[in-house]
Design a protein around this ligand. Structure first.
Ligand code: ADP
Ligand code: ZN
Ligand code: ZN
Length: 654
């Protein structure tokens, strides 16, 4: 007797595939099947009586005795595939660790994350913390969303730890999501020091064996806490009792390739399906979450004071139109000297790595451009190369100008590398720690830098975005912010929201224990309205203004957006594909969905491909999704479908 399996296979096709098998298995089991000329790993989604296809091929091998995905997880993944209009096979592939995806056995190699010796803190929660803990604890058996809106250093982690402990005491598991860079080790050690349970972590610094072990320990229930970046959202946890997302506003929760999901948004779905609370912590809530609060869909819990009793830092502006000095104003240098003299640490934030962002000719204005992207080349001094930060292409810097032939080529502007060099000439006797993607490429390098900072010795820290988030450096007295003017002029409608979040987050690193810290922001636009709010730490009021603007313009979060992006080496083809797509969409008769475009992407050419966007927007989520489903069923009528690369992005953020 033969059975028919409906199987999900990781291919970019909106369909499942039927196979024959002479043996029955449970839904969620991995199997090997022939696909084209290859043998691939698929997951059984259903057992069927009959198939719409003839001449079915047979299953080659059954890989699991017990299903790798249980019914609730499959339900969650199906929901996700449906919402993001993404093939279920690729969604499942995203959810599985690589070793399971390629068919390796589901066996734990080495038990990891065993409980360490724990200790209790030497303080009691503040009234505000206690209130938050109490509110969440009275909702542990039902679905409910909480926005833990606490200023930087207000002890949000302490709240997470206490509710996690309660959930663990009930014999349930806790899932903790943190942003992509750097915060995981810090968070893991804080959890390990407090919670006497097995804690496994899933993030990019883990190797594939460790990721598989963590996954399987979550699945068999031995891991009490799973802590990880975005993809940890898909960890199987049969007794899941609580989801925590730290730094909810962080854009790294959105995956920007293949299956473009938002881990933050999907957390709500997972929590709803498991009927458990979800806690989102941040000092700078996204407008999306603030809207949820306004609509009374989630509850806001506030922590308005720093836990250590420290005041929020004093923020001031340095007007670069009147200041002398190139990257570093004399005023900023003076302030830095002051803090270093007091044996404190100072951090400078500049969101660009490399030596200098521009390599140009002073005679004719020629500029080094990437041959493959419409972007300038960034000069990197230690390797003496020009590098493209979009496609990674490298060139030797020219000696003479390719246009006018003169030897008048110079660098312009500052990146972390040049800033480090300039600082060492101003502060020859102070250690300088530079943290960016170039200095932390080596495994563990980031952790070593952090250790050095945490030793508390006076030093200068130069860093990018990687340093803006969550870190708790106790001896850091001052933060200087350089070169953020680009963000003020951004053409992304979320630009000012992101900039306000960034400025408040970076500022929040200063003066976290003891004396009040200081923040100095260098800008040529001191009259920009954003500073009124950033200087006085009134993020919420600024967000309220942005929300008002978004309502008036009917922009997200007051409407739903989807992006259809096409790219091809042939510019015309990419644009024509979107024109055809727009025509197809317009023929689908659904009211209330606006279609704009195609328009060229803000970075038009990347790695030789030309990018075009088509935007869909509606204030009716259902209508938008209906239109997209219908569109997806008819994409075979688009004749350029296989000639261009294209994807759909639901709630795009770029
Ligand atoms: P956040 O996550 O909100 O930025 P943290 O959780 O990192 O803040 O807390 C900042 C510091 O304050 C930590 O060193 C933490 O141990 C300490 N802390 C937290 N709660 C209290 C409290 N109630 N009393 C004293 N110190 C506290
Ligand atoms: Zn020239
Ligand atoms: Zn390039």
């Amino acid at each position: 007797m033969s059975f028919i399996f409906e199987v999900a296979i990781p291919v970019p096709l909106n369909q499942t595939f039927d196979y024959l098998c002479d043996q029955i298995v449970a839904v969620g089991t991995r199997i090997k099947v022939p696909f084209g000329r290859k043998i691939v790993v698929g997951v059984v989604l259903a057992i069927k009586d009959k198939s719409d296809f003839e001449k079915l091929k047979s299953v080659t091998e059954i890989l699991d005795d017990t299903p790798i995905l249980d019914t609730p997880m499959l339900k969650f993944l199906r929901w996700s595939a449906n919402y993001y209009h993404h093939p279920i096979g690729e969604v499942i592939a995203t959810a599985l660790p690589k070793n399971l995806r390629i068919g390796k056995p589901a066996i734990i190699k080495k038990i990891i994350g065993l409980p360490l010796k724990t200790s209790e803190p030497d303080f009691q929660p503040s009234d505000e913390q206690q209130h938050a803990i109490h509110q969440i604890q009275t909702h542990l058996d039902i679905y409910h969303g909480f926005l833990l809106h606490g200023v930087t250093g207000s002890g949000k982690t302490e709240v997470y730890l206490r509710i996690a402990q309660t959930v663990l005491n009930q014999g349930k598991q806790v899932l903790v999501l943190v942003p992509e860079i750097g915060l995981t080790p810090q968070m893991v050690s804080r959890f390990e020091a407090r919670l006497s349970t097995c804690i496994v972590s899933i993030h990019s610094q883990r190797n594939e064996t460790q990721k598989l072990d963590a996954y399987l320990m979550a699945k068999n229930g031995t891991a009490g806490v799973v802590l990880g970046t975005r993809s940890a959202l898909f960890a199987p946890m049969p007794n899941l009792g609580l989801i925590i997302i730290d730094e909810e506003h962080d854009t790294s929760f959105k995956q920007q390739s293949s299956f473009r999901y938002s881990a933050r948004d999907l957390c709500f779905v997972r929590a709803q399906q498991a009927n458990i609370p979800v806690v989102l912590g941040t000092a700078t809530p996204s407008l999306e979450m603030l809207k949820q609060v306004m609509d009374k869909k989630i509850t806001r819990l506030k922590l308005t004071k720093r836990a250590s009793g420290a005041l929020l830092p004093k923020v001031s502006l340095i007007d670069m139109r009147t200041e002398t000095g190139n990257a570093l104003s004399a005023l900023l240098i003076g302030k830095m000297q002051q803090h270093l003299k007091n044996n404190k640490q100072v951090m400078l934030f500049i969101n660009r790595r490399g030596y200098a962002p521009v390599y140009f000719c002073t005679e004719c204005d020629w500029k080094a451009q990437c041959n493959h992207c419409d972007a300038g080349m960034i000069y990197h001094r230690h390797i003496n190369r020009l590098k493209c930060h979009h496609c990674g292409d490298e060139q030797m810097p020219q000696q003479a100008c390719p246009d006018c032939g003169k030897h008048t080529l110079e660098v312009l502007g500052y990146g972390t590398e040049r800033l480090e060099e300039t600082l060492s000439s101003h502060f020859p006797n102070t250690p300088i720690i530079r943290i960016d993607r170039d200095t932390t490429r080596r495994k563990k390098a980031f952790e070593q830098h952090l250790e050095q900072i945490n030793s508390g010795n006076p030093c200068l820290i130069v860093g990018t975005q990687m340093l803006a988030k969550g870190h708790d450096f106790s001896n850091l007295a001052m933060v200087g912010v350089l070169d953020i003017d680009g963000g003020l002029l951004s053409n992304n409608f979320r630009g000012t929201e992101y900039l306000a979040q960034l400025l408040i987050q970076v500022s929040g690193r200063a003066g976290r224990s003891g004396e009040q810290g200081e923040v100095a922001i260098q800008t040529r636009y001191p009259e920009h309205p954003i500073f009124n709010f950033v200087l006085s730490n009134r993020y919420t009021q600024f967000a309220a203004i942005l929300l008002k603007q978004r309502t008036q313009a009917m922009m997200p979060p007051f409407s739903q957006q989807a992006l259809l992006c096409a790219n091809a080496k042939n510019q015309q083809m990419a644009e024509n594909f979107l024109r055809d797509a727009a025509n197809l969409l317009k023929r689908i008769q659904i009211e209330g969905v606006e279609i704009w475009g195609p328009v060229a992407n803000s970075t038009f050419k990347k790695a030789d491909y030309y990018y075009f966007n088509l935007y869909l927007q509606s204030n009716n989520r259902k209508a938008l999704h209906q239109m997209l489903s219908t569109f997806n069923q008819h994409t075979n009528t688009l004749k350029l479908k296989n000639k261009v690369r294209w994807y759909l992005d639901i709630n795009p953020i770029e």
